[in-house]
Design a protein around this ligand. Structure first.
Ligand code: AMP
Ligand code: MG
Length: 434
């Protein structure tokens, strides 16, 4: 028989999420590795990236036109003598040594402004005749020139350890000449689906069997979150084999179980984990989908340094006790997905070295009324549509948390507070993107 969870271990959404965030804040990645720049995309930076020179390294023109002294354009139109043409990438010897009063130089976007010039006039406001340019619009000092080192000074930190490397971070790393970056090792996340009715995808299912989708959806979510999924075989609803597979899963940095955490006679996961001296932080959350969600940890002998509260390695402190964290996710495929995003993701991200972050909600106008029941905070699959400022959101029609076919057609979840049983059309509602 599955153990009855203590009522105190059933938390509301906010408390459960805060608890997970608190644990996540104490977790550290397994190690670091040096990888090629493009192999670092999506991973978490494990070193600061420093400006190796000033940005920009010279006063950079941001428009095609003429480099001028702004004071020369007090009277308009102004006629100036053109003393040269400066294109981007030009050799320093081809940049005029100095612009004197009454002079201008043709200049292209990205080229260095010559000494003496303090602004660039856009070519649209000029007309050229031989060595003379006539200018019809004034400029203020500094217009269309980015001063030396105004974006970053040499030695300044441009990227910090703990940030996910997206395309903008890659641009910064490339701009300081980094062909390799130190990143945190990806956490290894074991995935264990349970259930006598579940068969793997290369096996023809019998009439009363269903194919294993949870292992694969979780693996996809783990990959997207920057982890390395380790797929375990399906565990039957039988304690011996379940225990063996849990032992294998606890070798990883994080164990995600799917199924077997409800109140049924054959929901054996909690009981099996208890045999590993598991500490349970919660065994249920007042949400839909995903109410039977379990979160806890097991003492680990691997000892690669998961710190406990207040035990961050200081000199003289005792060695931190090691744990492997686990989630028992409900087996219904949409519950599994939602619980991963809401709860497992912060732990995975912490193990991958990412600095902690809060859940981000958008707000959108509800297209049609929602009627539901109070008591649970709901995250219901929905479709966000419209364009420009006219974004609307609408619940998907679905058959409940087993309905992956309906969920795949959606792009977000509408969040319904636990004290609302009706939300009228037109109200602004929080939305979690998928
Ligand atoms: P459980 O949480 O074990 O009670 O399972 C809840 C529902 O999810 C049942 O209808 C299961 O058949 C289904 N289910 C459990 N595991 C999986 C899986 N790996 N893939 C797809 N559906 C599953
Ligand atoms: Mg089951």
């Amino acid at each position: 028989m599955a153990a009855q969870p203590e009522p105190s271990l059933i938390l509301n959404f906010e408390d459960a999420r805060h608890l997970v965030e608190e644990h996540a804040a104490r977790l550290r990645p397994r190690g670091k590795e040096l990888v090629e720049l493009l192999d670092s995309v999506g991973q978490v930076l494990a070193e600061p990236v420093i400006a190796d020179r000033n940005f920009p390294p010279f006063p950079r023109a941001t428009r095609d036109g003429y480099a001028v002294r702004a004071a020369d354009l007090a009277q308009l139109p102004a006629k100036l003598e053109v003393i040269g043409e400066i294109k981007a990438g030009v050799a320093p010897s081809d940049v005029p040594v100095k612009l004197d009063p009454g002079q201008a130089a043709g200049i292209m976007t990205g080229a260095p402004a010559p000494p003496g010039a303090d602004a660039v006039v856009m070519v649209e406001y000029t007309s050229r005749a031989g060595n003379t340019v006539e200018i019809t619009k004034g400029v203020a000092t500094g217009d269309n020139i980015v001063p030396v080192a105004s974006e970053a000074k040499r030695g300044q930190r441009l990227l910090s350890s703990g940030m996910r490397l997206d395309h903008a971070a890659i641009a910064v790393a490339a701009s300081v000449g980094r062909s390799h970056l130190l990143v945190y090792a990806k956490p290894r996340v074991a995935v264990l689906s349970t259930g006598d009715e579940v068969v793997d995808i290369d096996v023809p299912p019998g009439p009363n069997q269903i194919r294993n989708s949870n292992t694969y959806s979780l693996a996809a979510q783990i990959l997207a979150a920057g982890g390395e999924p380790l797929l375990l075989p399906i565990a039957p609803d039988e304690p011996g084999r379940l225990r063996e597979l849990i032992a294998d899963g606890l070798e990883a940095d994080l164990l995600l179980l799917a199924g077997g955490v409800s109140m049924g006679k054959y929901d054996l996961v909690e009981q099996a984990l208890a045999e590993f001296q598991a500490e349970f932080f919660f065994t249920g959350v007042q949400i839909q989908p995903g109410r039977p969600l379990v979160f806890g940890r097991v003492p680990s002998s691997r000892g690669h340094g998961f710190s406990r509260a207040g035990e961050d390695t200081k000199e003289g402190a005792s060695a931190p006790e090691a744990h492997t964290y686990f989630f028992g996710l409900p087996g219904n495929p949409v519950s599994t997905m939602v619980c991963f995003e809401l709860f497992a993701r912060p732990i995975l991200e912490a193990l991958s070295g990412l600095s902690p972050r809060k859940l981000l909600f958008l707000h959108a106008r509800l297209k049609s009324e929602i009627k539901t029941k109070t008591g649970l905070k709901r995250f219901l699959p929905a479709i966000l549509s419209g364009e420009f400022e006219q974004t609307e959101v609408e619940l998907a029609r679905w058959q409940g948390s087993g309905d992956v076919a309906a969920t795949v057609m959606t792009n977000c979840y509408i969040v319904i507070p636990s004290d609302r049983d009706r939300i009228p059309a037109g109200e602004w509602v929080p939305v979690l993107l998928r």
